[in-house]
Design a protein around this ligand. Sequence first.
Ligand code: IMP
Length: 175
Amino acid sequence: MKPQPKLNLLYSRQQIAETVDRLAAELNRDYPGKHPVLIGVLKGSFMFLADLIRLLDFTLEVDFVRLSSYGAGQKSSGKIRVVADLQRSVKDRDVLVVEDIVDTGLTTGFLLAHLRKQKPSSLKLCTLTEKPSRRKTPVAIDYLGFTVPDKFIVGYGLDWDERFRNLPGIYVLEE
Ligand code: IMP
């Protein structure tokens, strides 16, 4: 077993709920009458996506992709591949990618390029968190929850070697 690392609260369950409410209001303003496909990026975005879509009042569909980027640690390999792709094509669809975190941007940048090849009618990005200080490739974020410091964060779907996804708040993992 790994030793128990120290976790410091960054955003409480309540702060996250308020931010998810705000993002849902922005989407409810922008998407009425559009019937978009929301694409959750597994595994980290499952909790955010589940909370977000309950607050959306327009017709929508949900699909998932799974990408490999990080190994069992905190360093990105930089090599990204699609491990599980969408069930249906998003050609001519309004697409909203729902991410847990944009860190270097390599994963999200790769996914957006992958989706763009299918010629969606629109392609937007909603991410709960981003670490702008670590960006290696530019990524346009249309809907942003929190800008986080350059620290490794866990909870609310985000993991450290598969642990801590279940925490209702977001925590900084202290080295
Ligand atoms: P990027 O390609 O560097 O933007 O990293 C994207 C992926 O790295 C995310 O989808 C997460 O799985 C993982 N990741 C990056 N930073 C963190 C973090 O602080 N906590 C947990 N996972 C992270």
